[in-house]
Design a protein around this ligand. Structure first.
Ligand SMILES: [Zn+2]
Ligand SMILES: [Zn+2]
Length: 700
């Protein structure tokens, strides 16, 4: 490492464009004037100018007295950061930091995205961190000192060359702060949203749209221009169920027939319309089948295609050919890559049994592997876990398919069933991601990145960033130590313990809450509230109801201990920050007041963690008590059931008095703000229990 003393002489940031001195700030803010696809030069200039502005923004906060200027050429003498891109048309996020003599450093991106990411890497060398969205998520290095510059070239490539990013849940998840956090932490794929399209382009993101897109297009009641419904015009387009006989009301319970050329034309036109309309900047489109957990078409033509994944690939190959024709005929202004899914809900989890269609492989088609009911107590490749072993074999069947497709690992760190609960996955993540990379996985995504209020889950987002950019497990210990110290300051060691307790409490989160019929939540949702005749069918990791209750009590005890530790830290932090309270009158409106409060950041982080832990503790206690109550009723232990009931009512009330803000509407635009009781998903079950208690005269 070399040290540049910025107090001595100016720092020049060099852009390969004339008039950089005058126009850099204007180019950097000009994303709305750039047609990123048609004007690659202007796109490149916009991203590089923004890179220069980001460097200036953060370096001038570290060195308030330094002179930082923009130029089109390096000065003969003096420090210079030279921004350059190997292929200005590319959006590769690989980069190099190349020292050039004693006073120059070239930040050279493979594509424009790489140049920006290279600048963030240099800022990270100075100690800058962006652990959560917005200014409150920043960690700033102490001002002063010297600028640390690598003495030898540094090369940084994305660990997953097909990109890393997130699945967002709803269209309203527009957040400039979230998008900026993403870029600063090395994510190069973004689920496009209308209001941040231009910004995502400026950041060099590869943009994806889509999902389960055919449910509305291929709805049996959809009206055709002829005045007929789709069902009346083309019943043969819908899948033939195993029991025979297509039924209108169950039309989408079977995957659509893959052997209908006219349907490909119909769906292709519908897709094209969206790719030219609200998805006009999508580089990739998620094209998934019906999410029905249903059957696949049993017609003779489909059966000849091979297994259910072969059927999906056959259909996708025809859609690929349709899009290629549209592109050649200039009906589509760009090349759009398809993302398929390997997933039980669409009957495409198992790898294909036949060769992959050539046109899909040649195009670099992506397939996201979604192990929706996986176990989080064990890494996915743990042979001792039957649930995960099944998924692991399916994943390997997909990576082994030939000719090869590009497989993306899709994770579920904050999916809907988890209701924003304080779950952590560090133990499995640090085994899974290196294993995914070794298995030939090429990309990373997870459902669903929350917009706000990450609390203890801040660790998950940052660990995910680290492991999907650099999947190798070496250096993780240092990374973790630095994370806790940076984020919680002098409380780092205690908060590591809090995280370990929290993580351990959520080890069996899938067994408690996943979609599988065996989860405790699924069982409770299916329960009518009366004494059950038969034992519950639980996951294989829970021997029986009593064992599950015992595990639930252990989990609640750990969350309770974690919460006590955080609350003790909060009290000490409150006393400390009281001494540094700002004088009155510093703010004239709530917005200014919010900015003034940026100083006691650690206290705010602890408070956010505590809110999430409180919610987690109550939710875990409620589900455990409800399961215990179910078991007591089933075993005819009515006194024990009566003894449990007041705790259930008390916890339900406590949860109803809390809220976890900002839940999202799926899939359309809009926000919800649901109370915590509603978010446990248990309120209807508890109402049914109350109804039975009234009928049975057990009103206590
Ligand atoms: Zn068929
Ligand atoms: Zn397991």
């Amino acid at each position: 490492m070399k040290a540049w003393t910025l107090a001595d002489r100016p720092l020049t940031i060099v852009l390969p464009y004339r008039n950089a001195k005058r126009f850099t700030a204007i180019w950097a803010a000009g994303e709305n004037e750039v047609a990123f696809r048609r004007q690659p030069k202007a796109a490149h200039r916009c991203t590089l100018a923004f890179t220069a502005m980001e460097l200036q923004r953060f370096l001038s906060r570290s060195w308030p007295d330094a002179t930082i200027r923009f130029r089109s050429r390096p000065p003969r003498r003096g420090y210079a950061l030279i921004l350059e891109t190997k292929d200005p048309r590319s959006r590769s996020s690989a980069f190099q930091l190349i020292p050039d003599g004693e006073e120059r450093l070239r930040i050279q991106g493979e594509g424009r995205t790489g140049t920006l990411f290279g600048a963030y890497a240099l800022l990270k060398l100075q100690g800058w961190r962006w652990h959560a969205p917005g200014p409150a998520g920043e960690i700033a290095p102490k001002p002063g000192g010297t600028l640390q510059v690598p003495a030898a070239p540094v090369t940084d490539r994305p660990g997953f060359d097909a990109g890393n990013g997130f699945d967002l849940e709803c269209y309203s998840q527009e957040s400039v702060d979230l998008l900026m956090w993403s870029a600063r932490n090395g994510f190069d794929v973004w689920a496009g949203r209308a209001g941040t399209f231009a910004l995502a382009n400026k950041l060099g993101m590869t943009i994806k749209n889509g999902g389960h897109i055919f449910e509305s297009i291929l709805h049996p009641e959809a009206m055709l221009p002829s005045g007929e419904t789709l069902w009346d015009a083309h019943p043969e387009w819908f899948g033939l169920p195993a029991e025979g006989g297509r039924k209108r009301e169950r039309a989408q319970a079977t995957q659509a027939c893959a052997s209908q050329p006219a349907q490909v034309e119909f769906l292709g036109q519908a897709l094209l319309k969206r790719l030219r309309g609200d998805w006009s900047i999508a580089d990739r489109v998620d094209m998934w089948g019906f999410d029905t957990w249903g059957q696949t078409c049993q017609c003779a033509a489909c059966q000849k295609l091979g297994n259910t994944s072969d059927q999906m690939l056959y259909f996708a190959a025809q859609m690929r050919a349709f899009l290629d024709r549209a592109e050649a005929a200039k009906k589509l202004d760009r090349h759009v890559t398809l993302i398929l899914c390997a997933y039980e809900g669409t009957a495409s989890l198992a790898g294909p049994s036949r060769p992959v269609p050539d046109n899909l492989a040649a195009d670099g088609t992506l397939v996201t592997f979604y192990p929706i009911n996986r176990c989080y107590r064990h890494p996915l490749n743990d042979p001792a876990c039957a649930t995960n072993l099944r998924y692991w074999r399916a994943l390997n069947a997909w990576t082994a398919a030939r000719p090869p497709l590009r497989i993306v690992a899709g994770e579920y760190y904050n999916v809907s069933k988890y209701e924003d609960l304080p779950l952590l996955f560090s133990e499995v993540m640090r085994v899974d991601w290196p294993a995914f990379a070794a298995a030939g996985v090429r990309g990373a995504t997870y459902m669903h990145l929350p917009s706000v209020h990450w609390g203890v889950r801040t660790l998950t987002q940052n660990l995910y960033a680290r492991l999907t950019r650099h999947p190798e497990a070496s250096g993780l210990e240092e990374w973790t130590a630095e994370y806790f110290e940076g984020w919680y300051g002098r409380h780092g060691a205690v908060m590591r313990k809090v995280a370990a307790l929290t993580e351990s409490a959520g080890h069996f989160c899938a067994q408690w809450r996943a979609w599988g019929a065996w989860s405790v939540l699924s069982n409770m949702l299916a329960w009518d509230g009366t004494p059950a005749a038969k034992p519950l069918t639980l996951h294989e990791h829970f021997a029986d109801g009593a064992a599950a209750v015992a595990e639930g009590r252990r989990a609640a005890a750990r969350l309770s201990e974690a919460l006590s530790l955080v609350n003790a830290l909060r009290r000490s932090e409150t006393l400390l920050t009281a001494q540094a309270a700002p004088p009155p009158g510093g703010a004239v409106n709530p917005g200014e007041l919010l900015r003034l409060q940026h100083s006691p950041l650690v206290g705010r982080r602890l408070a956010e963690d505590a809110r999430l832990l409180r919610y987690g503790l109550d939710a875990m206690s409620l589900l455990t008590d409800l399961l215990a109550y179910h078991e007591a009723l089933r075993l005819g232990q009515s006194d024990a059931a009566d003894a449990l009931w007041p705790a259930i009512e008390a916890t339900a009330e406590s949860l109803e008095n809390q809220m976890i803000p900002l839940n999202v509407k799926h899939p359309g635009p809009g926000f919800l703000c649901r109370d915590c009781y509603e978010r446990t998903q248990l309120s209807a079950t508890i109402s049914r229990c109350r109804a039975w208690r009234l009928r049975a005269g057990r009103t206590g």
